[in-house]
Design a protein around this ligand. Structure first.
Ligand code: ZN
Length: 632
C-alpha cells in the first residue's frame, strides 16, 4: 500500500511542493477543462458560474478536517462535475488510492468514456502521468487508472469485486440513491464502500445524489446525518438572507391549460419584494454576502442541499413549467411526473401515502352493470394465478386514465397437471365473447398467466401454442424498482417459450393508489353487484379481504398479512397484460383518445352490420370484429 509519506517524498523529488492551501476550487478555476462532447458549457471550469460549489469543493480538499461530504441535489447543478474536480485535483496534486463508484457498470463505463477520458485528454499535465492502457492512446484501463503516487479504481454499486482487497483514502460515491440498501447480505452498499477507507485516518468520502422515495432514499439518510447546509442568497432590496425552496417562488397559470402566465418570480420572505430571474446571479454571488448556513451546526459531516432553482443552466420558468405539467398529469391520478419533479428539481424525497386500505369500504361499492361490460371499457385483459389444485382468473375491462371494471372472477377447479382445467380456461379466454353495453361483443385482448409455484411446465405448454393469441407466460420479479414489464421476454426456461418478468412491487404500488381512489374517473376500480342466487362470482367481503390482503414493508416490498391473496395476484397479472399489449402493439404509448374514437367507430360499424345481418337473417358473427382485434 502506498503511504502518504511516499507520495510527498515523490513530489519533493520531482521538485513540486504541495501547497496545503491549494484549494480544489482554485485548482478547478486554473486547470479543469470540460469536454465539448459531454458538457453544457465546455472549456475552462469557472466556479463563479456555480458559486455554491466553492465550499463543497473546498471541504473536499486535504486541508479541511471534514471526512464525509454529502450533497443532496437537483439536476443541472454540477454534482458529478464537483466529484470530477475532486478526483482530478487529487490525481494532479494530492495523488493517493482512490475509488469512484456509480450505481451500475454501464453508467460507470459511460461516465469513463464520455466524461472522464475526454476531460483528461484536455489536461495533459494529468493524463501524461497516467499509465497507458492496452494501446499507447488509452488513458488507463477499463477498471482503473494508475499514476505516480496513486490510482483511481472504478466500481459499481451492485458488486464489491472491484478493488476488493484494496484500501482507499478518497472515495466518490456518485448518485447513491441507485445503490442497493442491502448488498447480498453484507449490509448497505454505501457502508461496504465506506469501510474501504478505514485504513486512512484522513480519508475523504464524497456522496451525492438526487433523492428518491422517503424512507428508501440513501442521500436523505446521509444528509440527515450531517450539518445540513442550505445556500442562502441575498435579497437585493433588504439584504436579508434566505434560501430557495419551492415556496419561495410565485407565478400565475391558466387553470385550464396549466401554462404559465408571465414569469416566475422569487419572493423575499423578509421584505416581500419580488425578483425576476435576472437577479439570480447577483443574489447567489458570494461577494454580495451569499453563503452556506448549517441548519444542524456542529455535526462532523458536511451536508449540502442544492435544488435546481440555483442552476445556471435552468430557468425558474422552465422548472415551474415542468411543475405545472406534472400537476396537470397528477389530476388524472398519475403521480409519476410529480414524483420525478420533486426528486430531480426540488431535490426532495417523494412521500408516498401508503395508508392501509379499509376493506369494508368496498362492501357497499358494487354496482349494477347494465351489461356484462359497462360503457367506458375499451379493452379487456385477464390475469391468471396458478395454484396446485385450481386456476384463479380475473377478467378486467380498462378505460381511459387507468379506470377499470372487474368483469368476472373465476375459480376453475382442477390440477393444472391435467388438461381439464386448461380446457375450462380456453372456454373463458378464447371461446367466448363478452357483451358490451352498446350491444357489441368483445374478446379478451391479452392474458398473463403466472408460472410461479409447482406447475410452471404445464403453464409453459399451455402458453406455447397460444402466444400469437396474446396469452403470455410471466414470472414475478420482486425488485423494488422493477417496472411492470421488465424488458423483453427471455426464452431460457424449460419450455423454451417467451417468458416475461413482471415487477410485482411497482405494479402493486399502482394497484394500491387505485384501491385508495374513492371517486369514479382516473384509477377508480369498479366491481359488479351480483345476485347471490346466480352462478356468477360474488364480489363479497371475502373477495375484498383478499384484494386488500397485502401491505408494503419498510424496504418497499409488498407482503401479505392475510393468508389468501390470489385476488391481488390476478389483478396484477391483468395489469401486466395491459402493459404487454401496449409494449407490443403501441411502443409509442397507447393514445386512449384515439382508442376511444376507434372504439366508437367500431360500435357504429358493428351495429349497422348487425342491422343488415338481421335483415338478411344471417346470424354469423361479424367478420369486422376480428379485424378490429387484430389491430392490437
Ligand atoms: Zn428582502
Amino acid at each position: 500500500m502506498i503511504s502518504n509519506e511516499g507520495i510527498y517524498t515523490e513530489f519533493f523529488l520531482n521538485g513540486f511542493k504541495p501547497d496545503p492551501l491549494f484549494k480544489i476550487s482554485k485548482w478547478a478555476d486554473e486547470r479543469r477543462q470540460l469536454p465539448k462532447k459531454s458538457s453544457a458549457e465546455p472549456g475552462q471550469w469557472r466556479t463563479s458560474r456555480f458559486p455554491f460549489a466553492r465550499e463543497i469543493m473546498d471541504v473536499l480538499g486535504p486541508h479541511s478536517p471534514i471526512q464525509q461530504i454529502k450533497v443532496k441535489k437537483g439536476t443541472q447543478i454540477g454534482g458529478t462535475e464537483i466529484g470530477n474536480n475532486f478526483l482530478m485535483c487529487y490525481m494532479d496534486i494530492y495523488p493517493c488510492p482512490m475509488l469512484l463508484v456509480m450505481p451500475t457498470e454501464s453508467l460507470m463505463k459511460k461516465h469513463r468514456k464520455f466524461k472522464l477520458i475526454p476531460s483528461l485528454e484536455l489536461m495533459p499535465n494529468i493524463s501524461s502521468k497516467i499509465k497507458r492502457g492496452k494501446t499507447a492512446a488509452d488513458i488507463g484501463d477499463a477498471d482503473s487508472m494508475e499514476f505516480p503516487g496513486g490510482m483511481l479504481v472504478f466500481g459499481w454499486s451492485n458488486s464489491t469485486a472491484q478493488g476488493r482487497s484494496l484500501s482507499f483514502k478518497v472515495i466518490d460515491l456518485d448518485d447513491i440513491d441507485g445503490f442497493p440498501r442491502d448488498l447480498n447480505g453484507e449490509g448497505s452498499a454505501i457502508s461496504v464502500f465506506k469501510k474501504r477507507t478505514d485504513a486512512f485516518p484522513n480519508r475523504k468520502i464524497y456522496l451525492n445524489s438526487t433523492p428518491t422515495v422517503k424512507g428508501r432514499s440513501n442521500i436523505e439518510t446521509e444528509y440527515d446525518e450531517s450539518d445540513q447546509r442550505e445556500y442562502h442568497v441575498v435579497c437585493p432590496e433588504c439584504k436579508g438572507l434566505f434560501y430557495f425552496q419551492k415556496d419561495t417562488f410565485i407565478f400565475e397559470y391558466d387553470q385550464e391549460t396549466y401554462r404559465l402566465i408571465g414569469n416566475v418570480k422569487a419572493c423575499c420572505p423578509e421584505c416581500g419584494t419580488l425578483f425576476e430571474e435576472h437577479h439570480k446571479t447577483w443574489m447567489m454571488n458570494e461577494s454580495n454576502g451569499a453563503k452556506w448556513i448549517a441548519m444542524n451546526p456542529g455535526h462532523p459531516h458536511a451536508g449540502f442541499n442544492i435544488p435546481s432553482y440555483y442552476s445556471p443552466m435552468l430557468t425558474w420558468n422552465e422548472i415551474f413549467a415542468e411543475f405545472l405539467e406534472a400537476k396537470k398529469k397528477m389530476n388524472t391520478g398519475d403521480v409519476t411526473l410529480m414524483k420525478t419533479w420533486e426528486n430531480t428539481r426540488n431535490a426532495n424525497v417523494w412521500e408516498e401515502n401508503f395508508e392501509k386500505v379499509d376493506e369494508h369500504k368496498f362492501d357497499s361499492r358494487c354496482e349494477e352493470y347494465i351489461s356484462e361490460v359497462p360503457e367506458g371499457v375499451l379493452v379487456i385483459t385477464a390475469g391468471v394465478d396458478t395454484q396446485d389444485n385450481r386456476l384463479e382468473v380475473e377478467i378486467v375491462g380498462w378505460g381511459k386514465f387507468g379506470e377499470s371494471w372487474s368483469i368476472d372472477y373465476l375459480v376453475l377447479d382442477g390440477d393444472p397437471k391435467y388438461p381439464n382445467v386448461w380446457e375450462k380456461l380456453d372456454m373463458h379466454l378464447l371461446d367466448r365473447t363478452y357483451k358490451h353495453e352498446s350491444g357489441i361483443e368483445l374478446k379478451i385482448m391479452a392474458t398473463c398467466i403466472d408460472t410461479g409455484g409447482h406447475r410452471a411446465k404445464y403453464v409453459y405448454s399451455y402458453c406455447k401454442s397460444r402466444f400469437e393469441l396474446n396469452i403470455f407466460a410471466i414470472k414475478g420479479d420482486k425488485g423494488i424498482n422493477t417496472p411492470t414489464i421488465k424488458g423483453n421476454a427471455t426464452r431460457s426456461n424449460i419450455g423454451k417459450i417467451p417468458l416475461f418478468s413482471v415487477g410485482v412491487n411497482s405494479t402493486k404500488d399502482v394497484l394500491h393508489t387505485n384501491l385508495m381512489t374513492e371517486s369514479t374517473g382516473a384509477g377508480y376500480m369498479h366491481f359488479p353487484k351480483t345476485d347471490k342466487n346466480s352462478k356468477k362470482f360474488n364480489y363479497d367481503s371475502k373477495y375484498f379481504k383478499q384484494l386488500t390482503a397485502e401491505k408494503r414493508n419498510d424496504d418497499g416490498r409488498w407482503e401479505k398479512f392475510r393468508t389468501r391473496n390470489e385476488a391481488v395476484d390476478c389483478r396484477v397479472y391483468s395489469m401486466a397484460a395491459l402493459e404487454l399489449l401496449e409494449m407490443i402493439y403501441y411502443p409509442q404509448g397507447m393514445d386512449w383518445d384515439v382508442l376511444e374514437d376507434e372504439f366508437h367507430q367500431k360500435i357504429e360499424n358493428e351495429l349497422n352490420l348487425i342491422d343488415i345481418e338481421i335483415d338478411i337473417e344471417n346470424e354469423e358473427e361479424s367478420e369486422n370484429y376480428n379485424n378490429w382485434r387484430d389491430k392490437y
